[in-house]
Design a protein around this ligand. Structure first.
Ligand SMILES: NC(=O)c1ccc[n+]([C@@H]2O[C@H](COP(=O)([O-])OP(=O)(O)OC[C@H]3O[C@@H](n4cnc5c(N)ncnc54)[C@H](OP(=O)(O)O)[C@@H]3O)[C@@H](O)[C@H]2O)c1
Length: 258
């Protein structure tokens, strides 16, 4: 009997970087579970395009700030596809604050969706793979966390976001240690890749060029690195920086606030 198609959940993949990752994985034959929170129409479109590429996809709504919803997500995906091999954690809350304006409310919001949700999803993937292994299947999986070059090039902007990603980077190492050998855990850290409402097209282009290689990451390069992290069976507990070398240049402010 042929092996069932590999299945991956990509969080926050209705649009932007998550969508590019979902499509790149589908192009390589992965069945993609498209996760979204508010972007139902975009998620439906991404899922339809993934189906056209790899034959099967479905979309799943969940607010990653809600523990019950996070705990429910993998069982729903597994019930739909029958199995799950990998998770790409791309969804992210990204709201501005600074040390001077810090509040527990801002910290909670970022830590829940950007850090806590990833840990629970990794835990659930590990449990699913352990159950498959018990029934004699040689089940091994992977979990990729989207990080940010900002962690290696700190400034005080987007303080709670950065704290949550710093915790996620530490969790990447600890999860790799704690969930081996069933789950490999890898970080992928882009530089400035897509623009935000805070930047004009010209401002984005100028900042994207501020890199050792004269160009920060492209969505295609980030997506191909995620694919590499999922498919390379020897990599775990480390982070790949895909940022044209932006982390080696000192920036005093966030790109959107320079
Ligand atoms: N874009 C860049 O240039 C860049 C640079 C460095 C690092 N990164 C990292 O790469 C990843 C993808 O970046 P991006 O720009 O594509 O992200 P984004 O547009 O800021 O967010 C992606 C998705 O996350 C989902 N999301 C946010 N909060 C959520 C919550 N509480 N529950 C469930 N979903 C939630 C939203 O889904 P809905 O729309 O469905 O609500 C959103 O569309 C992020 O982890 C980011 O930190 C990106």
């Amino acid at each position: 009997m042929p092996a069932p198609a590999r299945t991956v959940l990509v969080t926050g993949s209705a649009k932007r970087l998550g969508r590019e990752i979902a499509l790149a994985l589908a192009r390589s034959g992965w069945q993609v579970a498209v996760h979204y929170r508010d972007s139902l129409e975009d998620a439906t479109r991404t899922s339809r395009e993934c189906t056209a590429l790899s034959g099967n996809s479905a979309s799943f709504r969940a607010n990653l700030g809600n523990e019950a919803a996070v705990r429910n997500l993998l069982p729903r995906v597994i019930a739909h596809f029958g199995h799950l091999d990998a998770v790409v954690n791309s969804a992210s809350t990204f709201e501005h604050d600074t040390p001077a304006g810090f509040s527990f409310a801002a910290m909670d919001k970022h830590m829940r969706s950007n850090t806590g949700a990833a840990v629970l999803l990794a835990q659930a993937l590990h449990q699913h793979l352990a159950e498959r292994a018990k029934s004699g299947e040689p089940a091994r999986g992977a979990f990729v966390n989207l990080l940010d070059q900002k962690l290696w090039n700190q400034n005080p902007d987007f303080f709670s976001y950065t704290l949550s990603k710093a915790a996620l980077e530490a969790a990447t190492t600890m999860l790799a240690l704690g969930l081996a050998p069933l789950v490999r855990v890898v970080g992928v850290a882009p530089g400035l890749t897509l623009t935000s409402p805070m930047l004009s097209a010209e401002q984005f282009e100028a900042r994207h060029k501020m890199a050792l290689l004269d160009q920060s990451s492209t969505p295609e390069d980030v997506a191909s690195t995620v694919l590499f992290a999922l498919e390379n069976q020897s990599i775990t507990g480390t982070t790949l920086l895909v940022d044209g070398g932006q982390h080696l240049i000192r920036f005093e402010r966030d790109f959107s606030l320079m």
